[in-house]
Design a protein around this ligand. Structure first.
Ligand SMILES: [Zn+2]
Length: 496
């Protein structure tokens, strides 16, 4: 019985609902590699330059210009492939993907087609909110070059073309259709982004277009083994857009199947304003790209040594670092997750621990004060004025009771503004804790003289007034008195 027949039969029995269908998703992610120059010429890849200044005869596709492969592109692509557990092929082939588009000056993109760099990998996604870890298969990873950019908002009635991006190196990472919900798609993308950031193969900035996602989605009856007809959803400019677009497209497909009709294979565009999907004007599936091997480039042949060297030099990846934070540093799973959100944040935290030793205290400060300061000033940890070693010194001062918790926060606020060292600020602002008994007794004498009523009530048995009296002493000392010692001295004095 075909899928269609079974749909029709059961829809006669009862109205199916979305619960009768399963979402099947595969994702294609384009990632811009972190190279200084383009894939096949020496033009700069820097973001934000004026239009059409980072171009040359090669990336403009002028007659007679020949591409030369940037070897750094290959190294970064291999690094990503190995981290995704892919098999890296020692021979892969560049191919021309032919199509006409205004921002594609050559009339083709150099890509890889039937012999990609790497195949058969997987990405493990650690379960959040108590889910078990899941694994998503990686079908392939290949190298290609980017196209230029059409600019629609610069001139009222014209489309402008910026070719700075033409020829910038990308890898395309294609997943198996192993993803079963929009939430799982979001988790896959966040894990992939984090992995690529740890690998330092891309700046993974969605705002600057370094990471772009297309989603293939189909719906099938729960329990069916055959895949339904898929559509491709494009124009997804954030992970939350991916999740919302998948839910919208799934609902649309379920509605079609419920009505006994067939889903048409086509490209859908996500419209964030109306939170809906609509068919793209052109049927991109009907394109015949007429792939053929790129005649201007030889096959990409790798030495096994090169691949194995890159494998050996892979950095510590997120899952391993999280485990180390839990097992070696004794952090909670939550703390380990937060501190490995980016490699840079984790590196900073570890540098603080190297200086201060107490991992739990370092974790609390980095997760609390440091992240709050970064959010407030909207700067990156790499440009944070407080060096990790200086935060370590501040934590030492707290541990040694030189600074109270409150004073430490005031010192930190100044450090975050000026980048000065904790001890300098503490001395200048007279924030160092006073633990000298004679000074403390002087303040206590004054408080006792000024508050006879409170003293009498305390003597009459109102124990809770002790806290109030400590507060008066603290105020007199401008917050510098050591509250623990004040407490002891007050009890001694009033008990006598
Ligand atoms: Zn160029």
């Amino acid at each position: 019985m075909s899928t269609r027949e079974s749909t029709v039969t059961s829809s006669l029995q009862r109205a199916p609902s979305r619960l009768d269908y399963e979402m099947v998703v595969g994702l294609e992610v384009h990632v811009q590699l972190l190279t200084r120059t383009k894939a096949f010429c020496r033009c700069s890849t820097e973001f934000g330059a004026p239009p059409n200044v980072q171009v040359c005869p090669v990336c403009l596709g002028l007659p007679g210009a020949l591409p030369v492969l940037n070897e750094h592109v290959v190294d970064l692509a291999i690094r990503a492939a190995l981290a995704l557990d892919c098999r890296v092929h020692l021979v892969s082939v560049f191919a021309r993907k032919n199509y006409f588009y205004p921002d594609l000056p050559k009339g083709y993109q150099i890509s890889q087609y039937d012999r990609p760099l790497a195949t058969a990998g997987r990405l493990t996604i650690e379960g959040d909110r108590g889910d078990a870890p899941a694994s998503v298969g990686i079908t392939r990873l290949h190298i290609e070059e980017d196209a230029g950019k059409s600019v629609h908002d610069r001139f009222p009635t014209l489309t402008a073309i910026d070719l700075n991006r033409a020829g910038v190196p990308l890898i395309e990472i294609v997943s198996e259709p192993d993803i079963r919900s929009s939430r799982a798609a979001g988790a896959y993308l966040r894990s992939l982004k984090q992995l690529l950031e740890f690998l330092e193969v891309s700046d993974v900035s969605m705002e600057e277009g370094s990471l772009r996602v297309d989603a293939n989605i189909s719906a099938r009856r729960v329990g069916a083994s055959q895949l339904g007809t898929k559509t491709e959803v494009k124009n997804l400019n954030s992970f939350s857009a991916v999740e919302r677009a998948l839910d919208a497209e799934f609902a649309r497909q379920c509605g079609i199947l419920d009505a006994g009709q067939r889903v048409i294979q086509q490209t859908m565009l996500w419209d964030a304003v109306t939170a809906s999907v609509r068919p793209a004007r052109t049927k991109e599936e009907s394109h015949d790209y007429r792939y053929f091997p790129e005649p201007d480039l030889p096959p990409l042949v790798l030495e096994l040594d090169r691949v194995e060297t890159i494998r050996r030099e892979l950095p510590e990846l997120p899952a391993k670092r999280r485990a180390r934070y839990r097992e070696t540093l004794g952090l909670s799973p939550y703390d380990a997750d937060v501190l490995t959100a980016t490699k840079a944040l984790g590196d900073y935290f570890e540098e603080v621990v190297r200086h201060h030793r107490d991992a739990k205290a370092a974790a609390n400060w980095v997760m609390g004060e440091v992240r709050a300061a970064l959010n407030a000033s909207k700067i990156d940890i790499a440009h944070f004025p407080v060096r990790a070693a200086d935060l370590g010194e501040l934590l030492d001062l707290v541990r040694d009771d030189v600074l109270s918790g409150t004073a430490a926060k005031r010192v930190f606020a100044v450090m975050a503004q000026t980048g000065e060292r904790a001890s300098q600020i503490a001395q200048r602002e007279a924030l160092v804790q006073v633990r000298d008994d004679s000074a403390l007794r002087g303040w206590i004498d004054e408080v006792v003289a000024e508050h006879p009523k409170e003293i009498a009530r305390y003597a009459g048995g109102e124990q809770k007034l002790l806290g109030v009296l400590v507060g008066f002493v603290m105020k007199k000392s401008s917050g510098r008195a050591d509250p623990k010692r004040v407490n002891q001295l007050l009890v001694e004095r009033l008990g006598a």
